[in-house]
Design a binder for this molecule. Structure first.
Ligand code: ASP
Length: 338
């Protein structure tokens, strides 16, 4: 049987960084040279792979929708030539990029696996080598038909992942969805949790840099401060509330602002600050008001996926009603509905 072909898209991130006088920074040539020194990457049991470098290589803190579009375009223009894709990416915003790609790569059937590392490949003790090798093997398998994030032995649905540790080698979690695969002695796939193959044709939805915002509620928050940003310019806002969707009762000042924003056509999505569990608007008096003011429940969606979904839905040119309706359902397995 012929070997699978994988395209590796190198966007930057710690995985390929080397020490400079200003700290770690991406170094293309040095990273390529290090990869050539890993014989396992060229073993007959590995897929064949090619690599394209994004220009410039980024610390992922600098990623924007422009880079998401560039990654999407690389995948779209090589879609027919490869069996799967591995995206090498910094960990800081990997969950955002994985979420964005999960929406942008419409009806994609091919595995798209984002990975990176906490310690660069140039260091003797690193997690880069294993993350890269295992991501390549998963991308060459035939079971995954979605955008995933592989890190520290776990394969997660991309739009369910969050970065939860700044220093552990197991840095990502998927608090509201089962792990899709675990890489122990063998790579054990959780078949029941994977998205099924899609029968329709693949297309790329590019994203537009829509003005959106995120507000995290905290005790004593003075909502009137936000009045000035809640203008017609603001297309969408994610509110990270307490628990199951609660805001402080003193938030009398918030509700008129939310109501005004909602009437202006701003889509207000309610998420929880708790990584695990779901928003249930109306369960408490403190959340009913949000619902009455026109906010939409994000249920158990991550803030990362909610932000990406807002960009995506607005970029599709949908009406407010259509966006609200799609926020309330699962497009790529990003949310569990009650
Ligand atoms: N700041 C780095 C980045 O996100 C961190 C990493 O890759 O782990 O690009």
């Amino acid at each position: 049987m012929s070997r699978k072909r994988i395209l590796v898209i190198y966007t930057g991130g710690t995985i390929g960084m080397t020490r400079t006088e200003h700290g770690y920074a991406p170094q293309k040539e040095a990273f390529h040279a290090l990869l050539r020194q890993i014989p396992e990457l060229y073993a007959p049991t590995m897929p064949e792979w090619d690599m394209v470098d994004m220009d410039p290589l980024l610390d992922s803190s600098n990623i924007t929708v422009l880079e998401w579009n560039a990654i999407g375009e690389q995948i779209a223009s090589h879609y027919a030539d490869y069996d799967g894709f591995v995206v090498l990416h910094g960990t800081d915003t990997m969950a955002y990029t994985a979420s964005a790609l999960s929406f942008m790569l419409r009806k994609s059937n091919k595995p798209v696996i984002l990975t990176g590392s906490q310690i660069p490949l140039c260091e003797v003790r690193n997690d880069a080598r294993d993350n890269l090798i295992t991501a390549l093997l998963i991308a060459a398998g035939s079971l995954v038909h979605e955008v995933c994030l592989y890190f520290g032995g776990k394969l997660l649905r991309g739009n369910r992942a969050i970065k939860y540790s700044a220093d552990d080698l197991i840095a990502f979690e998927s608090p509201n969805y089962p792990v899709l695969a675990e890489a122990g002695i063998e790579i054990r796939m959780n078949r029941a949790a994977l998205l099924p193959r899609c029968r329709e044709n693949f297309s790329l939805q590019r994203l537009v840099n829509i003005p959106i915002g995120v507000i995290k509620v905290f005790p004593g928050i003075q909502f009137d401060l936000f009045d000035s940003i809640m203008t017609e310019r603001l297309k969408g806002i994610v509110i990270e509330t307490f628990g199951a969707g609660n805001i402080p009762k003193h938030a009398d000042s918030l509700l008129p602002i939310i109501r005004k924003a909602s009437e202006n056509g701003t889509i207000i999505i309610v998420c929880s600050q708790c990584p695990h569990g779901t928003v249930s608007l109306g369960a408490y008096e403190t959340s009913s008001a949000l619902k009455d003011a026109g906010a939409v429940s994000g249920y158990d969606i991550t803030t990362e996926a909610a932000v990406a979904k807002l960009y995506y839905l607005f970029s599709r040119g949908l009406t407010d009603r259509e966006i609200r309706e799609r926020m309330g359902r699962s497009l790529r397995g990003e949310v569990t509905l009650p």
